[in-house]
Design a protein around this ligand. Structure first.
Ligand code: GCO
Length: 445
């Protein structure tokens, strides 16, 4: 098989997020988040699970960083909990909360691991949601203040930042279809929230850069490859509209000051776009973060008033335990398109799979399906790199099994098995496979 050698500074790492791993949900002055409120609401999370303890990373971070070092990770993508730093999202700073991230960053650097933080991975301070959350323009300067505060505190040691994790997901799922907090189902509010998030992304970027401590910033954009159902012009156009709304709705405003033409009809009047906004949303991005898991086969659909699309079910699809189609071609196609369209360095900020393999009688976790997934997706990435795409890193989702949102602890995405009763960590066979890949620093494709 052909191979591609990666540069010595290629950032092989793992990704997690504060609410999914930290626990300590109300410790050391931390304020309530919308995910605390949501998971404490009966019927919202599978098996009634919550992130109250999760992987107890807040207390066990030294043990976890030691395992990351054993795996040879070169980076760790974690997220900062806004309500841990500003309990009500604004006003008084909670120094104890910020001090956790000082400790985590110092532990990572001592282990030779590059910290690669996300500033917002969905755990909005509940107090700000009570004032409208991402549906209110008031949040823009609160978010920029929070971002600048964290960068100013950690920026002497942390140089590369992600502003948002998956802005499309948290606005669509939280304001459009009510499956995530704040559990609202209002398409116009969701569209307004996307515009406010675009404004907040640029405002935060300007505030972060004003600290003079940032070498590079972007966001981690959720991306699903919209695979055209056929080569017919109408299906190709439908796949393009899908790509515009699902994948680049938060990139095009930043880089070009315009929204992709992703809707059948003009939606600008539904987004409360005001004079000057399309300048204010602009900000350079130093790289593009791609979170990719799968594809969707997209066909034209005259009956859909939004993107005019429908999904076509693949026949005999191989699926993970989560039900996602295993589609390594999606990572190749997205990396090629993003590199072609933006000519910016790319970081794969998430990619992974849920398989529920647990320890056997001897305590070993033989997760062969995850190893097969890794070989094929990283192979697809290697092909795109060999063909010229400038990819700088790959953050596997995820390090330890953790709280998978509405699925609770049922889904297991980790390279490290977490026994949530005992908090015992067990490196899975896939973790050792990833360690050996990092050491070789070469991809077969
Ligand atoms: C997401 C989030 C992660 C998920 C992961 C697995 O992409 O939804 O960034 O928090 O846990 O993707 O679903």
């Amino acid at each position: 098989m052909p191979t591609v050698d990666l540069p010595a500074d290629f950032l092989w790492g793992c990704a997690t997020s504060s609410y999914q791993v930290e626990g300590a949900w109300n410790e050391d002055g931390k304020g309530e988040s919308i995910w605390d409120r949501f998971s404490h609401t009966s019927g919202k999370i599978r098996n009634g699970d919550t992130g109250d303890v999760a992987c107890d990373h807040y207390h066990r971070y030294k043990e976890d960083v030691a395992i990351m070092k054993e795996l040879g990770l070169r980076s760790y993508r974690f997220s900062v909990s806004w309500p841990r730093v500003f309990p009500s999202g604004k006003g008084a700073l909670n120094q104890k909360g910020l001090d956790f991230y000082h400790r985590l960053v110092d532990e990572l650097l001592a282990a030779g691991i590059t910290p690669f933080p996300t500033l917002y991975h969905w755990d909005l301070p509940q107090a700000l949601q009570d004032e409208g959350g991402w549906g209110s323009r008031e949040i823009i300067h609160h978010f920029a203040d929070y971002a600048a505060t964290v960068v100013d505190a950690l920026g002497d040691r942390v140089k590369k930042w992600l502003i948002f994790n998956e802005p499309w997901v948290f606005t669509f799922a939280g304001y459009g279809v009510a499956v995530h907090p704040p559990a609202l189902s209002d398409p116009d509010l969701m569209l307004r929230a996307t515009h406010i998030v675009n404004l907040a992304q640029a405002e935060a970027a300007r505030a972060m850069r004003a600290t003079g401590k940032v070498d590079g910033l972007s966001s981690a954009f959720s991306m699903t490859w919209g695979c055209p159902a056929s080569e017919k012009a109408e299906d190709l156009a439908a796949a393009d509209r899908f790509h515009g709304f699902t994948n680049t709705w938060f990139i095009e405003p930043a880089l070009k000051g315009q929204y992709p033409s992703a809707f059948r009809s003009n939606v600008a009047h539904r987004m409360d776009i005001r004079a000057g906004d399309m300048e204010a949303v602009r900000t350079p991005l130093d790289f593009i973060g791609i979170n990719n898991y799968t594809r969707m086969i997209v066909a034209d659909n005259p009956d859909d008033p939004n993107q005019g699309t429908k999904s076509v079910e693949p026949e005999n699809a191989e699926r993970t335990d989560f039900g996602s189609e295993v589609a390594p071609e999606s990572l190749y196609q997205l990396v090629k398109r993003v590199w072609r369209d933006y000519q910016l360095p790319i970081h794969i900020t998430e990619n992974g799979c849920s398989y529920r393999d647990g320890p056997d009688a001897g305590g070993r976790v033989r997760d062969e399906r995850r190893i097969s997934f890794l070989k094929r997706y990283i192979g697809a990435l290697g092909r795109a790199i060999a063909e010229g795409a400038d990819v700088r890193g790959y953050q596997h989702w995820t390090f330890t099994d953790n709280f998978e949102w509405t699925e609770g602890f049922w889904q297991r995405f980790g390279l490290v098995y977490c026994d949530f009763e005992t908090q015992k960590r067990t490196i899975k066979d896939s973790g050792y496979w990833y360690r050996d890949l990092i050491e070789a620093n070469r991809i077969e494709y």
